[in-house]
Design a protein around this ligand. Structure first.
Ligand code: ATP
Length: 236
């Protein structure tokens, strides 16, 4: 087991956003968290990455407890979080943005190696390496955010809404890339509004509603569930 989340409770002031969430991710898996707006998906991811401190519960990454570990240390341990809305630096070049993703790494030749891997994976970023990131299209910005996330050479890649705002064709492309990243050995925890696409590539899924997990199973099981089909997969 690479990640284990136990009984997580997170508050924003007096609002209880997570009401005791437990789940796990095995090495090599793609696991997806699905659920409506406000269900607590982003909050869960932000807590795992050390951006929020849980009031209760525990998070273990590769057997080590990380719920009080600072975010930069969590990156060093091997978790990389690609946030909702990309959060790239628009006034830096594509290359500068990518290098920011390696800020925790000291070995220059290893960073160079990761950079080559990322530029090979995303040829459009190579073409636009010197361009300001703010001038990229939405899809290219998502690729940049993912490329930057990969620059820390994560064991676990956390993706928050990678398909948001993208055309159907680009959504297909991004999901294909995620599948590929996973096949090459990176474990993925994926949050998506687009439950249909997420379930196409994920091994397992958890369904969140108002800060709780209400259902879990393999992607096939979740896809076959009649309630899920009507609530999240657009069927009547
Ligand atoms: P979305 O897809 O809209 O991001 P989500 O499932 O990721 O939805 P969260 O963003 O985790 O949901 O939000 C969970 C709950 O916490 C919601 O009720 C939301 O209103 C609340 N919340 C989120 N961020 C904050 C914040 N910074 N301050 C106060 N409440 C917040």
């Amino acid at each position: 087991m690479i990640l284990q989340v136990k009984d997580l409770e997170v508050y924003y002031g007096s609002i209880r956003a997570l009401q005791g969430i437990s789940f796990y991710v095995e090495k090599g898996e793609i696991v997806t968290l699905i659920g409506a707006n406000g269900a607590g998906k982003s909050t869960t991811l932000r807590t795992i990455s050390g951006l929020l401190i849980p009031r209760q519960g525990e998070i273990y990454f590769q057997g080590q407890k990380i719920n009080r570990t600072p975010a930069h240390q969590i990156v060093r341990m091997g978790i990389s979080h690609v946030p909702e809305g990309r959060q790239i630096f628009p006034n830096l070049t594509v290359m500068e943005n990518l290098l920011m993703g390696a800020y925790t790494r000291r070995n220059r030749s290893e960073v160079q190696e990761s950079l080559e891997e990322v530029l090979n994976r995303f040829p459009r970023l190579r073409e636009r390496a010197k361009q300001l990131a703010g001038t990229l299209s939405g899809g290219e910005q998502q690729m940049l955010a993912m490329g930057r996330g990969l620059m820390s050479k994560p064991t676990l890649l956390i993706l928050d809404e990678p398909s948001m705002g993208l055309s159907p064709l680009l959504v297909e492309e991004i999901f294909e890339i995620i599948k590929n990243i996973n096949q090459q050995g990176t474990t993925v925890l994926l949050v998506e509004q687009n439950a249909y696409m997420a379930l196409q590539i994920a091994h397992r899924a958890y369904v969140l509603e108002t800060g709780r997990i209400v259902l879990s199973g393999t992607s096939a099981e979740i896809q076959a569930n009649p309630q899920i089909r009507s609530a999240y997969l657009g069927e009547v």
